[in-house]
Design a protein around this ligand. Sequence first.
Ligand code: ADP
Ligand code: GLC
Length: 495
Amino acid sequence: MNILVGAAELAPFAKVGGLADVVAALARQWAAMGHRVLVVLPKYRMIDASGWGFQPIEPSVAVPMGQTVEYARLWLGTLPQSAARVCLLDAPHYFDREGIYGNPEGYPDNDRRYIFLSRALLELAQVLGFSPDILHVHDYHTAVAAELLRRFYRQTPQFYKTASVLTVHNVAFQGISDPARVLPLLGIPWEEFYPGALWEYYGAVNLLKVGILTADKLSTVSPSYAWEIRHTALGEGLQGVFSVRGADLVGILNGVDYEEWSPERDRYLPVPYSAEFLAGKELNKQRLLTEWAGLPEAEAQAPVPLLGMVTRLTDQKGIDLLLHVLEPLVQRLAVRFALLGSGAGPYENFFRYLASRYSPQVFVYIGYNESLAHRIIAAADFLLMPSRYEPCGLTQMYALRYGTIPIVRAVGGLRDTVRDYDPISGTGWGFCFADYTPEALFGTVQYALSFYRAEPHWERLRRNAMACDFSIRRSAEQYLQLFEWALEKVRAERA
Ligand code: ADP
Ligand code: GLC
């Protein structure tokens, strides 16, 4: 199959969260299965294109934006260790800026930036002579390309058989914009903007809604989230829209690229380890505690549980629960706590305060750091993920492979990947709580800690965790099945 992918993030070039990991892992997996994959990503300032081996090509791409045409240069390269091709869209006035989306509020012209990306996807495929069977778009950033394909490119021979698939990673971001700004850019006449229309959403334009209603097939990143967005407030106002497309919507659990995330061959770890060599995990913990937290060797070896977190610091991740729970945990249960994260200012400040007050029991790194992410996940005994909502979550799946026991709120993909440990049967590999309250979180951490180094449970828990298989291969195959359904649908409509 020829698969054209459009996304706002792609690891290792540009990453804020799991979207980057999943888009890269799928592309790599499909390419390894023999499919032709082209992923299109904006050329953000942070990407060292030449350093990654990208080459600029001629000609550039002409992108219709309303009454005018804007141009972008194209750079071609591949994903590291993969045959999947990557095209960087070089439009400095949109993308040569700090960060990806612009923190903390987002750039005021994000609608325009991502409409440009969406339209460029369809134009540059023609420049490159890439004839896709599938146009796979992700989140609001490229969702509207599904409708642009249907509306403006159906007669283009290159797209005659192309089916579109939209994957929703996070419904909280919808691309809601002023119609006066974006309708002209998209080439949509005002007559099509009226209550209840595709283009209308409470007096605004909602790019995600347009994608949901017009993509041939839809997916989201876990079965539970697929249900939650249709039936609960986690649909963020789009419950009805998702339900209209209920028959075309599936939940495909994200997967892990175990080439990147395996303790046996993780290039960031001082000591590689496996389920047969769990002493190696302990050594990683000691190294983290001495090198990062500055603990003396003897203290680092003490049997004190280490709770870890690697996360965006946003409301989604349940940080407000931690504001209530962390101090009592550290004071009363004498745990150590390590956090790597960045995000909302007040949350960052809380963790800075905690680190200064409870050093060296608590250590915190505010910022983004790939190597430290791997090292914390390997070193921690438990990983905390008390999310308010979680479309899938990758960090808990990484943690499992590293024998790090997840303590999670049972929601979305966390519910689908973490099974409660049952001390009687010795099954399960984590600890879950349901109520979004500090008490539920505290109680569950306390219960989980009772198994720390308590044999036979501790060993069994870690072995069960490490035996979980959430490989990206399974997800990649499920997407291919969905792509087949999308193609059948398009064929049927054309016949
Ligand atoms: P989300 O996409 O909602 O942020 P996921 O669990 O799906 O949550 O993915 C988060 C990804 O981002 C993981 O790969 C995690 O290691 C990474 N990550 C999050 N924060 C940081 C950080 N501060 N430094 C390095 N990696 C981070
Ligand atoms: C989003 C979600 C996260 C998911 C990731 C990749 O960022 O918040 O739960 O794992 O996308 O699909």
